[in-house]
Design a protein around this ligand. Structure first.
Ligand code: ADP
Ligand code: MG
Length: 314
């Protein structure tokens, strides 16, 4: 393609919200063999909502929610936001002011009065969070977080959790003072266009892959819904780029689509990194493409644009 053709294609892309950083990236996209999708916030809407909260110890449900929200208040993970919203509604439903503008501020004000003080908060990447509340250790996260801290999950809780996961929900486990207390189930629905885009890629001869830090059972359930057979689950944040590199080993051209801070090493490792929508600044920086509309159809638009520009389709 001539420099003019590249310039024209870049302009067409921009008009559709597909921003491409340079002619090389535009050229590479035509030959993509794999499109690797991050699950949370990329295939899914990234609007996690708590659907269940269940206590398996003697703790009162309200106290349980207070404990969880107090620990998650310092986390920026989408799961943490869902938990705080749920706890807020449990305690204060009906007390919201009518003005929508004031709502968020009012919520934070009310929450801050009611939350317990959490000390020594830290994120355990790919696993959850931990802190001290009333001088006792609080752990919130997945099975790996529990097992590496010697917390055992009672059988009835385990079967409840398996049930959630088979229904595409993520389970959040909670321990207080080294004992398992209860769990929450969180749903994050697929984007409306996700299944159609996956189908479209397959028709183009491209192999879709789902990549996630979430557990195997939830990942498989979501993958089935969206039509992806190739799933890589329980991948630690640092391992996401390794998955991309392993796909590249036989010379395959790999595109990675993601939104989070977690995903930027994988976006950078991919032949074609695509940061979706309101992705984080760091993800946008690591990517070759920015899909500003936050619509997965633009993955296909980007590949089509490259194919057309470089005359693979006449
Ligand atoms: P993803 O690939 O979905 O972005 P992450 O690496 O962010 O995955 O998280 C992996 C898993 O760790 C989550 O599915 C969840 O089980 C657990 N986790 C992470 N952060 C939190 C948190 N703030 N609260 C509870 N659980 C968490
Ligand atoms: Mg993430």
């Amino acid at each position: 393609a001539t420099p003019t053709a590249v310039m024209v294609a870049t302009g067409i892309g921009a008009n559709h919200g597909v921003l491409v950083k340079g002619g090389d990236a535009l050229e590479r996209a035509q030959n993509v063999n794999y499109v690797v999708f991050d699950k949370t916030g990329t295939l899914t809407q990234g609007k996690a909502v708590v659907t269940t909260a269940k206590v398996f110890s003697g703790m009162d449900l309200g106290d349980f929610l207070t404990l969880v929200a107090s620990a998650e208040a310092s986390s920026e993970h989408p799961l943490a936001k869902a938990v705080l919203d749920y706890a807020f509604h449990f305690h204060f439903f009906g007390k919201l002011p009518s003005s929508k503008d004031g709502m968020q501020q009012r919520k934070e004000q009310i929450l801050s009065q009611w939350l317990l003080e959490a000390e020594d908060f830290s994120v355990v990447p790919g696993k959850g969070v931990q802190c001290l509340i009333n001088e006792k250790k609080v752990l919130i996260g997945n099975r790996a977080l529990m097992s590496e801290n010697g917390v055992s999950i009672p059988p009835e809780a385990e079967s409840f959790l398996v049930d959630l996961e088979m229904n595409a929900k993520t389970g959040i486990l909670v321990a207080y003072d080294s004992s398992f207390v209860g769990l929450m189930g969180i749903a994050d629905p697929l984007k409306r266009e996700a299944a159609v885009v996956v189908e479209g890629l397959k028709k183009m001869g491209i192999h879709p892959v789902m990549l996630t830090g979430d557990n195997w059972r939830t990942a498989q359930a979501v993958a089935k819904e969206v039509g992806i057979e190739d799933v890589r689950a329980e991948v630690m944040p640092a391992g996401k780029a390794d998955v991309v590199r392993s796909l590249q080993k036989d010379g395959s051209i790999v595109a990675m689509v993601g939104d989070g801070i977690n995903d930027s090493p994988a976006l950078a490792a991919a032949d074609v990194g695509m940061a979706i929508g309101g992705g984080t600044d760091i993800a946008i920086e690591a990517a070759d493409y920015v899909l500003v509309r936050n619509n997965l159809e633009d993955v296909i638009t980007a590949i089509d644009l490259s194919r057309k520009t470089f005359n693979r389709i006449r």
